[in-house]
Design a protein around this ligand. Structure first.
Ligand code: OGA
Ligand code: MN
Length: 293
């Protein structure tokens, strides 16, 4: 299978134009897809016909599906809906927890850094898209690390971040942060730099959930985290995706930050999402704290 790929950003990401993802299987196309994922960090496919079961099958090729239901307070189905639409088809209003949660997605983040097993990839599909707004923005922390000034790079040498789901929610609303859905997981600690074992490329592993630098005063740590996020999310590292129904984005959670942007919340917006958990072969073991020698 030969993929026809054109750049999304000059330094990362491609659109693949000649592939229907439902035809990809372990024996046909997955190796090429995975190679492109490792190299490009962000893949875009338009006009895809993937129902939930095809979405799950595609995710399973990358690794085990992340099971958020291990948290009894998280009632997301196997395929999560990133949506402002309620079960009864009415819309969540301003100040409702679900909308506040969606607004927390508008902070630059990496998915699932707060879980005991973090994510390798997210596969996100456009289902219902408002007439304007509602893009998703991406920033490559691989490119940003490569171009980072030495004075900043020195400050992440052998550094570990503590991550906490509530921390990012607190930036939006203290009541949201107190919800058991966000307090359940406690703290996780991950190395600040994730080395891709396939191509040895390093990226900064950071998120809105990062709340502390291990061994550093809390305030100083938060300042460093902010400075790093600011560096990585400069416009020259950013690709903004304007959604169409049937779009599929697959990104490497080890090497990308992303965020949503606001839209008119009187309009429906629904994306379907599956995260795949990272495994040893994805370089996970070297991320753990304390480091093994
Ligand atoms: C996500 C996410 C952003 C958006 O689904 O993980 O951050 O634009 N989405 O909805
Ligand atoms: Mn996200």
């Amino acid at each position: 299978m030969k993929f026809l790929a054109t750049p999304l950003h000059s330094k990362y990401g491609v659109e693949v134009q000649n592939i229907q993802l439902r035809n990809i299987s372990a024996s046909s196309g997955y190796n090429e897809l995975r190679c492109l994922f490792e190299k490009e960090s962000l893949l875009y496919f338009s006009d895809q016909d993937l129902d939930d079961s095809a979405h799950l099958a595609l995710g399973a090729l990358f690794g085990p599906r992340e099971d958020r239901s291990l948290n009894p307070m998280d009632r997301d189905p196997a395929v999560s809906r990133v949506s402002n639409v309620k079960q009864d088809n009415t819309l969540y209003g301003k100040g409702e927890k679900r909308l506040l949660d969606l607004q927390s997605n508008m902070l630059w983040h990496t998915d699932s850094t707060f879980l005991p097993v973090p994510a390798l990839a997210n596969i996100l599909i456009g289902r219902v898209i408002p007439s304007s707004g509602s893009s998703t923005e991406f920033a490559s922390t691989r490119v940003a690390l490569k171009e980072m000034p030495d004075r900043l790079k020195q400050r992440i040498h052998n550094v570990y971040f503590k991550h906490n789901y509530s921390h990012s929610r607190r930036k939006i609303d203290p009541n949201l942060a107190a919800d058991e859905k966000f307090t359940h997981w406690g703290n996780q600690i991950w190395k600040a730099v994730w080395k891709n074992p396939v191509n040895q490329q390093e990226s900064l592993y950071i998120a809105s959930h990062a709340c502390e630098v291990i061994g550093m005063d809390t305030r100083q740590g938060l300042d460093l985290i902010d400075e790093l996020l600011e560096w990585c999310t400069q416009s020259r590292f950013v690709y903004s995706h304007s959604w169409q129904v049937g779009d599929v984005l697959i990104w490497d959670e080890r090497a990308m930050l992303h965020r949503g942007v606001p839209w008119d919340y009187t309009q429906s917006r629904t994306l379907s999402s599956i995260c795949v958990s990272a495994q040893s072969i994805d370089g996970l073991d070297d991320m753990r704290y304390p480091p093994r020698h």
